[in-house]
Design a protein around this ligand. Structure first.
Ligand code: ADE
Length: 327
């Protein structure tokens, strides 16, 4: 495979690699899991990063590591303690898998952490992406990773709607064989900080002159498929209370959670107090918030501001209340 890769390496790809790695050396974020290449730490960080933003992972990672500094300690723990240390990160299945994998390594594998992406994939919770990330970062295996960020970078770079296996193939062609872990992290980092979905920062991009689109989105990009919607809410505060409504218990989406009363756009004749953006799966909302009561809403409650942080608020309600400095 290595020879085949070498033969398909061209000079633009080589330039891409060099520029990307130089940029990464200068601009990489200072993240706690980048202090060393200890496989346990790399593994833990990659599992945490699977569905969670870097900033949220940062503090949880350090806390978890303090509680379980080694894979041995993790394997010896009881599951409730592992879940408690995972608290706040969500997607608790990841924690259960991590724990099961630690037990497998310490038991069946006699304490030997697998060193290749192929072997890593046999552990619970480790799929193609995570196996490649750990093997390249901790063990220098020249195997490419593809996540949503890498896919976007490669689509823009080529100007084609590549997806599926083609993206993995292209990532593998570009891979820097001498620094595979840094290359993979640099690709993810470029996608997360420069080649971002909306308004990419092409002026700061180290490879913009090698890019077919300079940030234009090939048709398959998420931003193009996103639906756009406008929605208005009423923010009515009296004294120390704010008027909220509870979503019906029978709803499929966020049943029983609290939110601001929605107002029809035609009713939103009062001036818009603040606007913000909110994305839920495939829909981008432009949210307008008017100050004052929502007409025709009778099923709401006045909630003391001091109780708000203890209430199950929807993500958007929390965002609006934060923007208005109420919580
Ligand atoms: N996303 C997931 N893992 C990452 C890593 N190691 N570096 C940057 N972004 C990531």
């Amino acid at each position: 495979m290595k020879r085949q890769q070498e033969s398909s390496r061209n000079s633009d790809d080589q330039r891409f690699r060099e520029r990307l790695l130089t940029w990464f050396d200068r601009h990489k974020r200072d993240l706690p899991w980048r202090q060393d290449r200890d496989p346990y730490r790399v593994w833990l960080s990659e599992i945490m990063l699977q569905q969670t933003r870097v900033e949220a992972v940062r503090e949880h990672y350090l806390r978890f590591l303090k509680r379980f500094p080694t894979i041995k300690k993790l394997a010896a723990a009881r599951e409730p303690s592992v879940l408690a240390a995972w608290s706040g990160l969500g997607y608790y299945r990841r924690a259960r898998m991590l724990h099961a994998a630690a037990r497998k390594v310490m038991g069946e594998l006699g304490g030997k952490f697998p060193r290749t992406s192929h072997e890593l994939r046999a552990l619970p919770g480790i799929g193609r992406y995570t196996a490649a990330a750990i093997a390249s970062i901790a063990f220098d295996e020249p195997v490419a990773v593809v996540d949503g960020n890498v896919e976007r970078v490669l689509q823009r770079l080529s100007g084609r709607r590549i997806g599926g296996e083609d993206v993995w193939r292209r990532a593998q062609e570009l891979q820097a064989l001498e620094r595979p872990g840094d290359f993979n992290q640099a690709m993810m980092e470029l996608g997360a900080t420069v080649c971002v979905p909306r308004q990419p920062k092409c002026l700061l991009c180290p490879v913009s002159d090698l890019c077919a689109t300079r940030g234009e989105l090939p048709g398959a990009d998420k931003a193009i498929r996103q639906r756009k919607r406008e929605i208005h809410y009423a923010l009515d505060c009296r004294g120390d209370s704010v008027f909220l409504v509870q979503r019906p218990a029978a709803l499929r989406l966020m049943p029983g959670m609290w939110e601001l009363p929605e107002v029809a756009i035609t009713d939103a004749s009062s001036p818009v107090h603040l606007t913000l953006r909110h994305s839920i799966t495939v829909t981008d909302y432009r949210v307008g918030v008017i100050a004052g009561p929502a007409p025709e809403i009778t099923n709401g409650c006045w909630i003391a501001k001091s109780r708000l942080t203890k209430l199950p608020l929807t993500g958007l309600a929390r965002k609006i209340l934060r923007s208005a400095s109420i919580i």
